[in-house]
Design a protein around this ligand. Sequence first.
Ligand code: FES
Length: 124
Amino acid sequence: MHDPLPDPTRGVSAEAECKAPQNDGTTVQWTVLLNPAGLAFDAPPGVPLLQAAEQAGIDMPSSCRNGTCRTCLCRLLAGAVTHLVDWPGLSAEEKADGFILPCVALAQSDLTILQPHARALFDH
Ligand code: FES
């Protein structure tokens, strides 16, 4: 899918660490750090951040899961994402300020996200 407007969140990517493709053919996964809890999970390519977090046993606020209700709204502190929908429920100003909707956001690098309501579902 194409975002017809420049994605201002890409400006955050200057500090992103790029990972080279794996020589053994395995899928490259990005590491996502959730602040302030310090929780981390792997985000495989093509898997929305919310889904990847849930697969790792991390709960984050969500409702519609299609980029419209904004319940999952959080802020990207470092890294780069793309959104699965052309017009996620974000204003241009919010995008420019680094806000993302993890239910429809895909990691394009390692990420650091500010989501004060993230919590581990299980003791590790
Ligand atoms: S859960 Fe509704 S916008 Fe993400």
